[in-house]
Structures are given as C-alpha cells and as structure tokens.
Design a protein around this ligand. Structure first.
Ligand SMILES: [Zn+2]
Length: 241
C-alpha cells in the first residue's frame, strides 16, 4: 500500500508528464498557457496537502509537499519564460528563467523528493547562456546589524534554525532588519541574478541591454517590473519520498 506522499507523487508526475511536451520554445502559445493553468491547479493541491501535513504536525510530509510546491512553481516559471520571449519581452523572460532556477534549487533543499533536479537545473542554465548576452551583475556588500530567523523570529544565530533548511513546510531564511551598505560591486557570479544592469548609454542614447532598443530616459530610471517568483528531465517527484 502506497503512503500518501507516494500517491501524491504519482498524481504530480502524471500532470507533469501531461504538460512537459509543451515545455519547448516552439510549442503553440495556447498550449503553454493551458499548461500554466494546469500547473497552477497542481500548485494549489500541493499547498493544501502541505497545510494538512502541518496541521497533523508531520514534518517530513510537510517538507515533501513544500518541495512539490517549488517544483510546480519552477515549471510555471519556465512556461512564463517561453511566453515572455514570444511576447518580445526579454527582461521579463530573464526574471522568469531566474525564478525557475531558484525554485528548482529551493525544491532540492526542501526534501529528497526533488533530489533528481540537477539535470533540469543544468538545462535552465544552458538556456540562460544560449539565449541571453552575459549580463553585468551587481552585488551589494552589507554589514548586518540586526537579523531575524524567519521560522521562530529570534535573532538569527541565537536559535537552532539554519537558513536554507526546511522546517515543517518552510525554508528558513535570515531576514535582515538593519544593515549598513558597504559597497556595490560588479560581479560575474551574483547571489541574486535579478540584480543586473538593465540599460546602457551609447552616444547619449539610453538603450536596453537585451533588445538594444532606445528607451526614454524616464523609463531608464525605473526597473522593469519584477515577477514573483519539462521534458524527461522535468521536475517530477523522484522515487525517494
Ligand atoms: Zn529560529
């Protein structure tokens, strides 16, 4: 008899199998939009299962469903990446691709049901390298004065929770409350790939770094909107539950 996580994983994999053939750039827009809708329903099911596991104080199950949530989010972001590219919006496509990468990494941190995502993440990185010019990334150096544990609210470091580890359906994060900015530097391997140069100036004309289209100066002062954050190597649940 299968345990509830295994049964859920089978259902999860069925949905992923159904949509993964559309997770290829050239597939029709309407199929990719339908795939997003199916995955949003699946994401909802992951969240409900996680909430039930939390109510039952079943930590392993809660973390497994958290991992399924991140896998569903990664696939939704991948489809939105294709749709944004087709809509001639590479800034938004970049954000969706980076979100897909970080959701996949979060899935792997959350539970062993996502221990097989290395190949999938590798594929996302390959698309990043092939489809975009190498961005100029920024990284801010801070001295943290006050920070909080996202799990229990204690001063970070004073409790037993460790950032990046799962606790009862949540990944622990260090929430910085007060910090002094030391420097902003240009880096090639940033902690946050959303933090990049968006425009450059050429002969007095401000242009978008991806499209090279001239943009109005007032638009250059604003960032593009940030978006919140398959195939055989798609993030389906692994055999290990
Ligand atoms: Zn804590």
């Amino acid at each position: 008899m299968k345990n509830p996580i295994e049964s859920f994983r089978d259902h999860f994999n069925d949905v992923v199998e159904e949509v993964q053939r559309f997770a290829v750039f050239v597939r029709a827009i309407e199929f990719q939009q339908q795939s997003v809708a199916k995955l949003e329903t699946l994401l909802d099911e992951c969240t409900k299962a996680k909430e039930k596991a939390i109510a039952e104080q079943s930590e392993d199950a809660a973390n497994a469903y958290l991992s399924f949530e991140f896998m569903a989010k990664a696939l939704i972001e991948e489809f939105r990446f294709y749709l944004a590219l087709k809509a001639d919006n590479p800034d938004s496509a970049w954000d969706h691709l980076v979100n897909a990468e970080s959701s996949s990494a979060a899935a792997m941190k959350s539970h062993a049901v996502a221990s097989h995502l290395d190949g999938y993440i590798h594929r996302l990185h390959a698309m990043e390298r092939l489809l975009f010019p190498q961005p100029v990334f920024f990284s801010a150096g801070f001295i943290v004065r006050e920070s909080e544990c996202s799990i229990c609210g204690a001063e970070y470091g004073e409790c037993s929770h460790v950032k990046g580890r799962p606790y009862m359906g949540k990944l622990c994060a260090r929430i910085v409350k007060k910090a002094d900015l030391q420097e902003v530097s240009v880096v090639s391997d940033p902690a946050d790939k959303h933090c990049r140069a968006l425009h450059y100036t050429d002969d007095g004309v401000t242009k978008n770094v991806f499209t090279q289209r001239a943009i109005k100066d007032q638009d250059a002062e604003q960032s593009p909107p940030a978006y919140p954050g398959g195939r055989t190597d798609a993030p389906s649940g692994s055999a290990e539950a």
